[in-house]
Design a protein around this ligand. Structure first.
Ligand code: IMP
Length: 184
Protein backbone atom coordinates (compact mmCIF):
# COMPACT_ATOMS: atom_id res chain seq x y z
CA UNK A 1 0.00 0.00 0.00
CA UNK A 2 1.17 3.54 -0.80
CA UNK A 3 0.03 6.42 1.34
CA UNK A 4 0.32 10.11 0.50
CA UNK A 5 1.62 12.43 3.22
CA UNK A 6 0.60 15.92 2.11
CA UNK A 7 3.42 18.17 3.27
CA UNK A 8 6.13 20.45 1.97
CA UNK A 9 8.43 19.34 4.80
CA UNK A 10 10.83 16.47 3.97
CA UNK A 11 11.75 16.23 7.68
CA UNK A 12 8.21 15.12 8.47
CA UNK A 13 8.36 12.48 5.71
CA UNK A 14 11.54 11.00 7.10
CA UNK A 15 9.95 10.74 10.54
CA UNK A 16 6.77 9.12 9.18
CA UNK A 17 8.55 6.50 7.06
CA UNK A 18 10.08 4.87 10.13
CA UNK A 19 6.61 4.03 11.42
CA UNK A 20 5.06 2.77 8.22
CA UNK A 21 7.93 0.83 6.62
CA UNK A 22 7.56 -2.02 9.15
CA UNK A 23 3.88 -2.30 8.17
CA UNK A 24 4.76 -2.57 4.49
CA UNK A 25 3.14 0.81 3.87
CA UNK A 26 5.13 3.15 1.63
CA UNK A 27 4.71 6.78 2.62
CA UNK A 28 5.41 9.27 -0.15
CA UNK A 29 5.55 13.03 -0.12
CA UNK A 30 2.71 14.77 -1.92
CA UNK A 31 3.41 18.45 -2.41
CA UNK A 32 -0.08 19.87 -2.73
CA UNK A 33 -0.31 23.26 -1.01
CA UNK A 34 -3.55 23.59 0.96
CA UNK A 35 -5.02 26.49 2.91
CA UNK A 36 -3.92 26.65 6.54
CA UNK A 37 -6.65 28.74 8.13
CA UNK A 38 -6.17 30.98 11.13
CA UNK A 39 -7.90 29.18 13.96
CA UNK A 40 -7.49 28.67 17.69
CA UNK A 41 -6.54 25.01 17.56
CA UNK A 42 -4.39 22.66 15.50
CA UNK A 43 -7.41 20.36 15.18
CA UNK A 44 -9.40 23.04 13.36
CA UNK A 45 -6.51 23.82 11.01
CA UNK A 46 -6.00 20.12 10.24
CA UNK A 47 -9.71 19.43 9.73
CA UNK A 48 -10.12 22.34 7.34
CA UNK A 49 -7.06 21.22 5.35
CA UNK A 50 -8.34 17.65 5.11
CA UNK A 51 -11.79 18.74 3.98
CA UNK A 52 -10.31 21.01 1.31
CA UNK A 53 -7.95 18.31 0.07
CA UNK A 54 -10.61 15.58 0.13
CA UNK A 55 -12.47 17.54 -2.55
CA UNK A 56 -9.37 17.47 -4.75
CA UNK A 57 -7.60 14.15 -4.13
CA UNK A 58 -8.98 10.74 -5.02
CA UNK A 59 -7.02 8.41 -2.79
CA UNK A 60 -6.37 8.23 0.98
CA UNK A 61 -3.90 10.77 2.38
CA UNK A 62 -2.81 12.27 5.65
CA UNK A 63 -1.35 15.52 6.88
CA UNK A 64 0.18 16.76 10.10
CA UNK A 65 -0.39 20.06 11.76
CA UNK A 66 1.91 20.81 14.63
CA UNK A 67 3.17 23.64 16.75
CA UNK A 68 5.34 24.77 19.61
CA UNK A 69 3.49 26.11 22.66
CA UNK A 70 5.57 28.19 25.10
CA UNK A 71 3.91 28.52 28.49
CA UNK A 72 5.42 31.90 29.48
CA UNK A 73 4.14 33.29 26.16
CA UNK A 74 0.66 31.88 26.84
CA UNK A 75 1.02 29.22 24.18
CA UNK A 76 2.64 31.38 21.50
CA UNK A 77 3.61 30.60 18.74
CA UNK A 78 1.17 27.62 18.84
CA UNK A 79 -0.96 27.56 15.70
CA UNK A 80 1.28 30.29 14.23
CA UNK A 81 4.48 28.25 14.60
CA UNK A 82 5.24 27.88 10.88
CA UNK A 83 4.77 31.60 10.28
CA UNK A 84 6.75 32.60 13.35
CA UNK A 85 9.57 30.23 12.41
CA UNK A 86 9.79 31.93 9.00
CA UNK A 87 9.58 35.47 10.34
CA UNK A 88 11.04 35.75 13.87
CA UNK A 89 12.94 32.48 13.63
CA UNK A 90 14.60 30.73 16.54
CA UNK A 91 16.61 33.86 17.38
CA UNK A 92 13.40 35.88 17.68
CA UNK A 93 11.93 33.35 20.10
CA UNK A 94 15.11 33.36 22.18
CA UNK A 95 14.91 37.15 22.34
CA UNK A 96 11.29 37.02 23.51
CA UNK A 97 12.38 34.70 26.31
CA UNK A 98 15.33 36.81 27.47
CA UNK A 99 15.07 37.23 31.23
CA UNK A 100 12.11 34.84 31.46
CA UNK A 101 12.56 32.13 34.11
CA UNK A 102 9.80 29.76 33.06
CA UNK A 103 11.09 28.24 29.82
CA UNK A 104 8.69 25.30 29.79
CA UNK A 105 7.07 24.50 26.47
CA UNK A 106 5.49 21.66 24.56
CA UNK A 107 5.09 20.49 21.01
CA UNK A 108 1.76 19.18 19.88
CA UNK A 109 0.93 17.34 16.68
CA UNK A 110 -2.37 16.47 15.07
CA UNK A 111 -2.16 13.85 12.34
CA UNK A 112 -5.28 13.77 10.20
CA UNK A 113 -5.98 10.82 7.93
CA UNK A 114 -8.65 10.81 5.25
CA UNK A 115 -9.97 7.56 3.75
CA UNK A 116 -13.48 8.80 3.04
CA UNK A 117 -13.78 9.61 6.72
CA UNK A 118 -11.66 11.79 8.98
CA UNK A 119 -9.44 10.14 11.61
CA UNK A 120 -7.41 12.27 14.04
CA UNK A 121 -4.35 11.13 16.00
CA UNK A 122 -2.65 13.40 18.50
CA UNK A 123 0.65 13.57 20.35
CA UNK A 124 2.37 15.91 22.77
CA UNK A 125 5.84 16.20 24.28
CA UNK A 126 6.82 18.49 27.13
CA UNK A 127 10.19 20.11 27.55
CA UNK A 128 11.95 23.45 27.71
CA UNK A 129 13.47 26.09 25.49
CA UNK A 130 17.20 26.25 26.15
CA UNK A 131 19.24 29.45 25.90
CA UNK A 132 21.18 28.72 22.72
CA UNK A 133 20.87 26.49 19.66
CA UNK A 134 22.38 23.03 19.92
CA UNK A 135 22.62 20.31 17.28
CA UNK A 136 22.13 20.14 13.54
CA UNK A 137 19.52 17.40 13.07
CA UNK A 138 15.75 17.68 12.74
CA UNK A 139 14.08 20.86 11.62
CA UNK A 140 12.22 23.93 12.86
CA UNK A 141 12.65 24.68 16.55
CA UNK A 142 14.49 21.40 17.24
CA UNK A 143 17.85 23.06 18.13
CA UNK A 144 16.34 24.86 21.15
CA UNK A 145 13.82 22.28 22.38
CA UNK A 146 15.02 19.87 25.06
CA UNK A 147 12.45 17.27 26.03
CA UNK A 148 11.85 16.61 29.74
CA UNK A 149 14.24 14.07 31.20
CA UNK A 150 16.84 14.46 28.43
CA UNK A 151 20.16 16.29 28.27
CA UNK A 152 20.03 16.81 24.51
CA UNK A 153 17.83 18.84 22.18
CA UNK A 154 15.78 17.21 19.43
CA UNK A 155 18.41 18.49 16.98
CA UNK A 156 21.08 16.46 18.80
CA UNK A 157 19.09 13.23 18.46
CA UNK A 158 18.78 10.72 15.65
CA UNK A 159 15.41 10.52 13.89
CA UNK A 160 14.72 7.27 15.78
CA UNK A 161 15.43 8.86 19.15
CA UNK A 162 13.31 11.91 18.38
CA UNK A 163 10.47 9.74 17.06
CA UNK A 164 10.50 7.67 20.23
CA UNK A 165 9.45 10.63 22.35
CA UNK A 166 8.21 13.37 20.05
CA UNK A 167 4.71 14.75 19.58
CA UNK A 168 4.64 13.64 15.93
CA UNK A 169 6.17 10.27 16.80
CA UNK A 170 3.37 9.67 19.30
CA UNK A 171 0.64 10.73 16.88
CA UNK A 172 2.17 8.66 14.06
CA UNK A 173 2.51 5.65 16.33
CA UNK A 174 -1.19 5.86 17.19
CA UNK A 175 -2.00 6.23 13.49
CA UNK A 176 0.25 3.29 12.49
CA UNK A 177 -1.32 1.07 15.18
CA UNK A 178 -4.80 2.02 14.03
CA UNK A 179 -3.87 1.38 10.40
CA UNK A 180 -2.41 -2.02 11.27
CA UNK A 181 -5.70 -3.04 12.88
CA UNK A 182 -7.77 -1.62 10.07
CA UNK A 183 -5.70 -3.09 7.21
CA UNK A 184 -6.41 -6.64 8.42
P1 IMP B 1 3.12 22.96 10.24
O1 IMP B 1 2.67 21.84 11.09
O2 IMP B 1 3.75 22.49 8.98
O3 IMP B 1 2.09 24.02 10.07
O4 IMP B 1 4.34 23.67 10.94
C1 IMP B 1 4.43 23.87 12.26
C2 IMP B 1 5.74 24.54 12.61
O5 IMP B 1 6.00 24.17 13.95
C3 IMP B 1 6.95 24.12 11.79
O6 IMP B 1 7.23 25.01 10.76
C4 IMP B 1 8.07 24.17 12.81
O7 IMP B 1 8.59 25.46 12.88
C5 IMP B 1 7.35 23.84 14.10
N1 IMP B 1 7.45 22.41 14.36
C6 IMP B 1 6.49 21.47 14.23
N2 IMP B 1 6.96 20.26 14.56
C7 IMP B 1 8.25 20.45 14.88
C8 IMP B 1 9.27 19.56 15.30
O8 IMP B 1 9.13 18.33 15.40
N3 IMP B 1 10.45 20.13 15.55
C9 IMP B 1 10.68 21.46 15.45
N4 IMP B 1 9.78 22.33 15.05
C10 IMP B 1 8.56 21.82 14.77
Amino acid sequence: MRLAFVTSNPGKIEEARKYFEPLGVEVYQLRFPYPEIQADTLEEVAEYGVKWLSERLNSPFFLDDSGLFINALRGFPGVYSAYVYKTLGIDGILKLLEGVDDRSAYFKSVVAYWDGELHLFKGRVDGEIIHEKKGSGGFGFDPVFRPLGFERTFAEMTTEEKNGISHRGRALKAFAEWLKENLK
